[in-house]
Design a protein around this ligand. Structure first.
Ligand code: 2HG
Ligand code: ZN
Length: 453
């Protein structure tokens, strides 16, 4: 590392928070999936917005690119280096302000984990609208950068919908601050929403003003066995029409169930195997169990079902769905594809997947699960071997042919950047490049992420 830059970084954040040794850097350099890895020039851990500014200015002056990292739970390789970048970890930006109960909003630092944010909101009788399985590590900044989704999008929308304002540092060290959280504010370009979902390519999020939602302490969930995707959609339609308190509708298939059962040593949920499994959850101020039971008894698509409303039962029931990512990761290093198609295309997509994958990687197996309500499937391909890229190409083309998107909620990152043109027109990509060039003319923020090189 060049002495000048190292010295500037040390004076910016303190010597203890510039990690140069390979063994200290290692935990930051490989992503959660183990697919993406690279050596950083160093890891820098600022503890305030002023320190982030000093780090960005030092890197800009030295012409050294930056990779931004939150909880390192990203799944598209956007938060790990490719080689030679300064990795800026935001994990120490953990400020938490008191909840504003009248506005139902709170301001927190980018490094606050989702779990901490949820606990903080709940002490004020409120809740946070986004929830996902990586809640103990995923951070607010990373979730905003990727516009994370998760299991409650059905009720509250994705991360973008929760963000009322941001503080963010541009590539030249300029700080944009909009943290008043005004409910209505039509004063020009919405820079907050431009930065949200930009995957660290336009600015580094340091703090966020977030909307909170009512705390709904009574929950009831059903794990439902159905014949297949078409029947799952029939159940979804009935749930959407009848359950005003519906808060989640998820799907998985027998292959995923088997992996999860082996990984967590769980019993078979039903006496007979099914073609697909749906998790429905309702949340309300009063116990919604009866609403779910009534729906289940009336809907012809239901082959079997188990319902839970106590804490232990809910946890056990949800583990069949939520343990998928970890169970798959234990079985190998998956090629992760996170796609979304119109619900009318879902059955055909699921049916066509095996042959599409087999045509390029005969030994590969696809584990499919995801957020049924949005038509957002997580296609995890194991044992693709040297054909991983061919599988990605074939599946993303299939998704595009079904009018879908190549990234639903994980982002484009480095993993999908070469395929961006399957989901965006040349005109859109050119406009995105012009925005990038205006805000980061030297291309120092997350180069290679989102926009193809
Ligand atoms: C989920 O919905 C996450 O559980 C992870 O988005 C999905 O591991 C995956 O592919
Ligand atoms: Zn997901």
């Amino acid at each position: 590392m060049s002495g000048g830059l190292e010295e500037a970084l040390r004076s910016a954040v303190g010597a203890a928070h510039v990690l140069v040794d390979a063994d200290l850097r290692a935990a930051y350099e490989t992503d959660w999936t183990r697919r993406f890895t690279g050596a950083a020039r160093c890891v820098v851990r600022p503890a305030s917005t002023a320190e982030v500014v000093a780090v960005v200015r030092a890197c800009a002056a030295a012409g050294v690119p930056i990779v931004v990292q939150g909880g390192n739970t990203g799944l598209v390789g956007a938060g790990v280096p490719t080689g030679g970048e300064v990795l800026v970890s935001l994990a120490r930006l953990t400020s938490v302000e008191p909840v504003d109960a009248v506005e139902a909003q709170v301001t927190v630092g980018a490094g606050v984990t989702l779990e901490k944010l949820q606990a903080h909101a709940r002490t004020a009788g409120l809740d946070f609208g986004v929830d996902l399985a990586a809640r103990s590590s995923a951070t607010v900044g990373g979730m905003i950068a990727t516009n994370a989704g998760g299991i409650r999008v059905l009720r509250h929308g994705s991360m973008r919908a929760q963000v009322t304002g941001l503080e963010a540092v541009l590539a030249d060290g300029t700080v944009l601050t909009r943290l008043d959280g005004l409910a209505k504010d039509n004063t020009g370009y919405d820079l907050t929403q431009l930065v949200a979902g930009s995957e660290g390519t336009l600015a580094i999020v340091t703090r966020a003003r977030l909307r909170l939602v009512p705390l709904l302490p009574e929950r009831a969930a059903a794990l439902v066995a159905v014949a297949g995707t078409e029947a799952a959609l029939e159940l979804l339609a009935a749930a959407r029409a009848r359950l005003a308190t519906l808060s989640a509708a998820e799907i998985f298939y027998p292959e995923g169930l088997e992996l999860v059962r082996a990984y967590r040593q769980l019993p078979a949920p039903f006496a007979e195997p099914a073609g697909a499994y749906v998790v429905l959850e309702c949340a309300a101020r009063t116990d919604p169990t009866d609403d779910i039971l009534e729906l289940l008894s009336d809907c012809a698509a239901v082959e079997d079902a188990t319902v839970a409303s106590d804490r232990a039962g809910l946890e056990r029931l949800w583990s069949y769905r939520e343990a998928h990512t970890e169970a798959i990761s234990t079985a190998g290093i998956p090629t992760k594809l996170d796609v979304c198609v119109p619900l009318g295309e879902l059955t055909a997509l699921v049916a066509e997947l095996p042959a599409t994958v087999a045509s390029v990687a005969p030994k590969a197996r696809v584990i499919t699960f995801g957020h049924l309500n949005e038509g957002n499937l997580h296609l995890n391909v194991l044992d693709a071997g040297e054909h991983a890229e061919d599988v990605t190409d074939a599946v993303l083309r299939l998704v595009a042919a079904h009018r879908g998107t190549i990234s639903s909620e994980h982002g484009v990152g480095r993993a999908k950047a070469p395929w961006l043109s399957l989901s965006r027109t040349p005109e859109e990509i050119a406009a995105m490049r012009r925005i990038k060039a205006a805000l980061d003319p030297d291309g120092i923020l997350n180069p290679g992420v989102l926009l193809p090189a």
